[in-house]
Each structure stands twice: as C-alpha cells, then as structure tokens.
Design a binder for this molecule. Structure first.
Ligand code: MF3
Ligand code: CO
Length: 253
C-alpha cells in the first residue's frame, strides 16, 4: 500500500483526533499512583474517550480486549489491564492508547514514574522520550523515512540500551496502522521520501538491557527477554512544508 497523503480537511480531523487524545493522556497521567489497578486505568480511559464522542481504537483491534495498553516495568508494550495488577511505588508504567474521531485515528504513548523511581529508570524514560525528539527533527518534506530511524538509533546508541526491533512505528489515518513501517533502529537504505500531508506514529521502545523481547502466554504482553526495564514514547505527527507538527502533544510532554 502506498503512503496516504491527507487533504487539508483530513488534516483538520487528524488534528482534532490528536488533540482529544492528548487530553486523555493528561487525565490519566494525573491518576497514576501506587495502589491503582491497571484495569481501573482502562475503565477511566474508555470513559473519557467515549465522553468526547470518540471510539477507543485499540479495543477489539485484532482481538485486543481493552482501550489502553498498560505495560509495567519489564513489559515493553501491549500489557493487558487487569484487576489483579496493582501498580507500586517505584514502578514505571507505559500507557499507550488511541482514539477515532470522525473516522480518523490518533495514537500516543507515555511512560510514567509511580512515586519515586531510581535514577537509572528515570534516565531510561528521558532518553526514550528524547529519542523521539531526535527522530522528529528529520521528519521534514524532502527527507527520507529512515533519516528518522537513524536519528533515533544514533541518539540511543551511546547509552548502550536495547532498541526494540520486533515492533515499529507506522503510518496512521483512517486506519490505526497504515504504511509505512517506521523502524527505530539503524537502516541502510533511505526509505521513502517524506511529503507534506503524511501522518506518522513514531514510537521508540527502549530496553535498559538487550533489545530481545518475548511474548507472555496471554499472546499480547511483550516483555524484555532479560526482564530489564523498558520505556515507550509515541506521538502522532504531521509532515508539513516546514516544521513537523506533533498532533498528540498535551501538557504532559
Ligand atoms: N500500541 C500499538 C501501536 O502503537 C497498537 C496497539 S494494538 C492493540 O501501534 F491491539 F494492542 F491495541
Ligand atoms: Co502506534
């Protein structure tokens, strides 16, 4: 499939989908505290999304049973919310979710600290977030897709962290996952040329240890194979004639 170019009308809808999602993220960030079950996060997430007249796009996606992925500590992504999973002081918790507004999808993820966390864990979160910002510096018309990948990889490399290769970013629009795939690790070829009107979900997933991952037997939860901590940061962005636009940026960076 070719990479879709959104019209100005579609861009307006993508902007609104992104803005509303950033509000959900802001609300959930305020909720995070020791003692909270991951299922409670999901309940609140779905309720807020529906209160905006939107639909959670993760719910029932390929059978996924919730509106948000809540991935704790060594869980990389796709953690399924559970009544029995209680987040604790010192945990790091990644929230990944999206919504559909008038047929258009948004998708964003943040990793939060629960109470006081170790300096090492905070550094992992910060480097993962910054790797997105290094990537988006390349997200300009005329640049190539893999300039983004290489910028992310080049920034992370000196830290010795494992950049997850098994999962990648993606185009987004009338579907949650559109072409192209956006790897977060170094690429030899340049990849497709970036053009104004492309909307992309850039989402580095970084392990403190090796890049190797495994799937739990719930068939969803991805964990680091060495059980090291893992962080995730994602925004839906728009390629323009000039500066890239981050569509899902709320008050929680
Ligand atoms: N988190 C994935 C992404 O960012 C999508 C999750 S699919 C779900 O592309 F089924 F787990 F919800
Ligand atoms: Co995504």
């Amino acid at each position: 499939m070719a990479i879709t170019i959104k019209s100005s009308r579609e861009i307006e809808l993508m902007r609104e989908a992104g803005r509303l999602l950033s509000l959900v993220h802001d609300e959930l960030a305020k909720l995070i505290r020791p003692g909270l079950s991951t299922k409670e996060i999901d309940r609140v997430c779905e309720e807020i999304i529906r209160s905006y007249g939107c639909t959670p796009n993760f719910l029932h996606y390929q059978g996924y049973p919730a509106s948000v992925c809540v991935s704790v500590n060594e869980e990389v992504v796709h953690g399924i919310p559970k009544e029995s999973r209680i987040i604790q002081e010192g945990d790091i918790v990644s929230l990944d979710m999206g919504l559909i507004y008038q047929g258009y999808h948004s998708d964003a993820a943040r990793t939060h600290a629960v109470g006081k966390i170790s300096d090492e864990a905070q550094k992992l979160i910060d480097v993962t977030r910054q790797s997105f910002y290094e990537g988006i510096k390349m997200a300009r018309a005329g640049m190539h897709l893999h300039d983004i990948s290489n910028a992310i990889a080049g920034y992370v490399a000196p830290y010795g962290y494992g950049i997850v290769k098994a999962l990648v970013g993606h185009g987004i629009g009338t579907r949650l996952h559109e072409d192209p795939q956006i790897p977060n690790f170094a690429q030899h070829k340049r990849g497709p040329k970036l053009r104004p009107g492309m909307t992309l979900a850039i989402e580095p997933m970084i392990n403190m240890g090796t890049d190797e991952v495994e799937w739990l037997n719930d068939d969803w939860t991805v964990v680091s194979a060495d059980h090291s901590l893992s962080a995730h940061y994602e925004n839906t962005i728009l390629i323009t004639e000039g500066e890239p636009e981050i569509l899902t940026l709320g008050t929680i960076p």
